[in-house]
Design a protein around this ligand. Structure first.
Ligand SMILES: *Cc1c(COP(=O)(O)O)cnc(C)c1O
Length: 339
């Protein structure tokens, strides 16, 4: 189940769904609007709504559109049972096994299964849960959650499939790649599809290829003398004479304003660093060591040379947020073989 919510983490949901159509058995999104964008583009694969429906009215429409739903709370169970629907629905009933975000407690889960198993509005039942700490290799919380999920399911009628693992679980916890309490496992990879490793310590040995290449160019040059400061707030002051490039990219394009001097960036294929404060449309790059660079030199903000994880760390965030925030910049799509 390829997770392409939030416009495929900023990469473009329709493009990503088309690229993944032969690999994935279905797509997960967070809302009806996101699902309809895929249907309107002609995608006929199963689509799972990770938060299910928000109103009874939406549920009627979801049944007409034949979308799959996560049911995570008793109020949804009640609406689902009372509804008159165009067809019975594929239901992924969510258990809160320890994240305490969405899902029914194991006790409430058993009761809800008693209500929904065999109900006329339910075509099939997939137990699902979500892990809070699969990216933390020194915690066994993921395993504790899996054990609780398994033991709760063991006391209930068996289902053909269940769903547990996100990217971090798939990459770091081999035991969790298998089905738990069922024959088949729907894994739910998100961030790994876009080539960012969810576990920062593993980034050095990251086997994944970045999908997003966030690039711009140098549009102005500055020769600073010792003591000259650049940008809003004069945040960076040169301690020697140095050459600086002004890059056409800013926080309005999704480059994080919280990134600090020293954040890595590549110019003309060479690694250098961000200087000073990022503004709305522009930012500054250190060219002291890159004599060849000039007007029009290509700049990689993140991508193959500069992992998004490194920029994220320097900005106090995660690659997920960087990707989701990209906007305004042109989106060009290439065949990976031609990059
Ligand atoms: C977003 C999401 C995922 C994907 O998580 P990644 O960390 O990107 O792999 C899986 N399951 C649920 C319920 C989610 O909300």
């Amino acid at each position: 189940m390829a997770v392409i919510k939030a416009n495929a983490y900023g990469h473009g949901a329709v493009h990503c769904a088309r690229a993944l159509a032969n690999e994935a058995d279905g797509f997960a999104v967070s809302s009806l609007e996101e699902a309809m964008q895929l249907r309107d583009a002609g995608l006929t694969d199963p689509i799972l709504l990770l938060e299910g429906f928000f109103t009874a009215q939406e549920l009627t429409y979801i049944a007409e559109q034949d979308l799959w739903i996560v049911v995570h709370a008793q109020w949804q169970v009640d609406i689902l049972m009372a509804a008159k629907l165009a067809r019975p629905l594929h239901v992924w009933l969510k258990m809160d096994s320890g994240m305490h975000r969405l899902g029914l407690s194991p006790t409430d889960y058993r009761l809800a299964r008693g209500q929904l198993d065999g109900h006329k509005n339910v075509a099939s039942m997939v137990p699902i849960t979500h892990l809070a700490n699969a990216d933390n290799l020194s915690s066994d919380h993921a395993m504790q959650q899996a054990v609780l999920f398994q033991s709760t399911l063991a006391a209930l009628p068996a289902c053909r499939a269940s769903s547990l693992a996100n990217s971090a679980a798939l990459l770091a916890w081999p035991q969790l790649r298998q089905a738990i309490g069922s024959k088949q496992h729907w894994s739910r990879p998100g961030i790994m599809l876009y080539g960012a490793h969810p576990i920062i310590q593993s980034a050095q040995t990251n086997p994944l290829e970045p999908v997003m290449h966030f690039n711009s160019r140098i549009i102005a040059l500055r020769q600073l003398e010792k003591g000259d400061a650049i940008g809003y707030g004069s945040l960076f002051t040169a301690d020697k004479a140095m050459r600086v490039g002004v890059v056409a990219c800013g926080y309005a394009d999704g480059y994080p304003r919280s990134a600090k001097t020293g954040t890595p960036m590549a110019v003309d294929g060479q690694i250098t660093q961000l200087l000073g404060r990022v503004s709305m449309d522009l930012l500054y790059v250190d060219l002291s060591a890159i004599q060849t660079a000039g007007i029009n030199s290509p700049v990689e903000l993140w991508g193959k040379q500069v992992p998004a994880n490194m920029v994220a760390q320097s900005a106090g965030t995660i690659a997920y947020e960087l990707f989701c925030n990209t906007k305004r910049a042109h989106f060009d799509y290439f065949d990976p073989a031609n990059i």
